[in-house]
Design a protein around this ligand. Structure first.
Ligand code: NCD
Length: 329
């Protein structure tokens, strides 16, 4: 799916602070809407840390996590987020679903809709599948990653991590390095970070660099050392071998030499930069263990923590209208 043929989310009339019915991508969101979701998520970070007064605002609601592609942390994160808000959470894995039996996406959407869920979270291997299902169901749909297209909650949790650690996002130099061609994380992050006025640099071997990526308002590099110069944040991406057909890189050893984040590289080009990775990591390929586990600079486990808060915020905000929350109904 290209940038131009993506339809923005269905707008809810009435001018709520977040007027979208679904969250299928960062594309189509205004900067103040992104900031609103981050502000909402911020309140859940503190609530999760203290766990003082449980908030069960989604009690009586059914949340279906329909995952047509494998996931550990994202599925778990959405499940914890829903349960922490009191929702009844049901997980549907592809291996157990009729997808394996050849059911079409439309049939799947109709089946999910007939279950009368209050919110549906979908991960799918095809770009655009989540939007297609969203168009066919009556409840809000959250995209948990569709093909190479978007992974909006990942971009939001990354933005929240940066905002909390660096005190802001505007004018920060963020380098995203790795398999940009197959990465929905990169795409959603580019959209979110440029919307929030960060200076985004992307870096990849030319075989893994999407054509004309500059139109997203980023600067493209094939030389990692140059890209890292003066960076505030270095975000590393996994080589998505499951989405590759054929050889994009000579070998993982060669890749590590040119694009692996090592302590030496960090110290030389971006000392003090915040280190991020959406996981799962290939230690020793795109990132060395000493960097991933860096006590001061690595924000990788914090990203996981922010993930729960961001998903709580999204589940809450998207269901407000149906729950009749004042100002939203
Ligand atoms: C990412 C994904 O699935 O898109 N992981 C995640 O959501 N934590 C990135 C990846 O798979 O490399």
């Amino acid at each position: 799916m290209t940038q131009s043929d993506h339809r923005p989310g269905t707008l809810i009339p009435g001018g709520a602070v977040f007027p979208h019915r679904h969250l299928t991508g960062i594309e189509g969101l205004e900067p103040h809407e992104i900031t609103f979701l981050l502000d909402e998520a911020d309140t859940w970070v503190e609530a999760n840390r203290t766990r003082a007064a449980p908030d069960r605002r989604l009690a009586g609601s059914t949340q279906i996590n329909a995952f047509f592609e494998n996931s550990t942390r994202t599925l778990l994160s959405f499940e914890i987020a829903g349960k922490r808000l009191g929702a009844d959470v049901v997980n549907m894995h592809a291996a157990q679903s009729s997808v394996k039996k050849g059911e079409t996406l439309i049939d799947t959407a109709q089946t999910l809709n007939a279950m009368r869920a209050d919110v549906i979270v979908i991960r799918h291997m095809s770009s655009g599948a989540v939007r297609l299902i969203a168009d066919k169901v009556d409840c809000p749909v959250l995209n948990a990653g569709d093909g190479r297209h978007e992974h909006p909650t990942q971009a939001l949790l990354d933005a929240l991590t940066i905002r909390r650690r660096l005190g802001g996002i505007a004018h920060k130099r963020v380098v995203i390095c790795g398999d940009l061609l197959h990465s929905r994380v990169a795409r959603s992050n580019i959209l979110a970070l440029t919307a929030l006025a960060a200076e985004v640099r992307v870096c990849a071997p030319s075989t893994l660099m999407p054509p004309a990526i500059e139109r997203f308002g980023v600067t493209a590099f094939t030389d990692f050392d140059r890209a890292m110069e003066g960076a505030d944040v270095v975000m590393m991406l996994r080589l998505q071998t499951e989405r590759m057909e054929g050889g994009y890189v000579p070998s993982s050893r060669e890749y590590h030499l040119r694009y692996g984040l090592t302590l030496e590289r960090l110290a030389k080009h971006a000392p003090g930069a915040l280190i991020m990775h959406p996981g799962p990591m290939n230690r020793g390929v795109e990132i060395d263990s000493a960097v991933a586990d860096h006590a001061e600079q690595s924000a990788i486990t914090e990203q996981v923590e922010m993930g729960v808060a961001v998903r709580m915020a999204c589940l809450d905000v998207l269901t407000r209208r149906a729950r009749g929350v004042e100002g939203w109904a």
